[in-house]
Design a protein around this ligand. Sequence first.
Ligand code: BGC
Length: 365
Amino acid sequence: MGDLHEHPELLLERLQDSSGAYPASPTFSAYRGYSWFRDGAFIADGASAAGLADSADRFFDWCSRTIAGIAPSIDAIVAAQAAGTPLPDSAMPPTRFRFDGTAGEDDWWDFQLDGYGTWLWAMEAHAVRHDRAVDRHAPAVVATVRLLVSSWDRPCFDWWEEHDEHRHVSTLGCVGAGLEAALRLDVLPTALAAEARRASIAIRELVHEQGLHDGHLVKWLGSTDVDGSLSALVAPIGWIDPDSALARTTLDAIHRDLEVDGGVHRFRDDTFFGGGQWPLLSCFLGLAELAAGDRREAERLLEWARSTATADGLLPEQVGRHLLAPDSEAEWIERWGPVATPLLWSHAMVARLEAALAADREVAR
Ligand code: BGC
């Protein structure tokens, strides 16, 4: 079986569906039977960094097939946008899919764009890390880039599937990073590449004009608050230079406003399951600190994330050691049952930070 405490990544392969999809959580009532591009891309990135390259390949093949399945709807979205009559959010592509690549029947907080950028970023990072050919993904990369180029500046739900009235900085960063990764893959037709380049520059400009407050990135354009997801833009995504003042000030604000004893909250107003601390966010902050040169801080955050494992080595979505909204915990347990455990994304992020620390040790030797 292998020890999950020592090798949290083993769960990723063990629970990966034969289609290549990674289930978000095999047991949690609201997630069972679905795979998200957001979770899945970070899970594949963790698997890839932890040496499970074939598992990551299978996921990216699933992404390619799933995108092929929605290609007609992407054509319609792009055509309507070009005609100046954008389709409503309800016609935008889904956030999560059944393992067979269909959208499923259950209502969800669709429309979210970040995952469509993140899978491009993760796939390119994997291809570079393991020297993989990418030609077979070209049609899906082209379709995804057409979607992102046409729709990146639309408001949509964020990483936490909330506030679809806003344009979220983490979402914009994931989309920008995806477009930049797609350009590096060198599979885009010339005209589309030019559009992708223009969009990726416009995203950076917009974030710098409206997505900053007091020198740090903010949750959505015009906000003054941070969000725990912003660390990901520093690392592993690297859309923000880890050595920049912007990265430092953003990480400092996350420590100040969202971190308690190594556990990181999503955002100050979080009420989901009482607004606990998320091990995957401690790992993102740890990855960003490591990229910025603070190894001890990364180790401290990793230790906290590891401490959330159950006796069987399963990592939860969040823990209730420090709740921002204790009065809201019970209603969620009543609605959906106990906190999602295991959450594959949590396993992937612990594995990802461990791999980054191991690589850093190698370099230091
Ligand atoms: C989180 C999302 C995540 C989903 C599946 C939701 O509660 O807010 O970020 O994609 O669960 O894990």
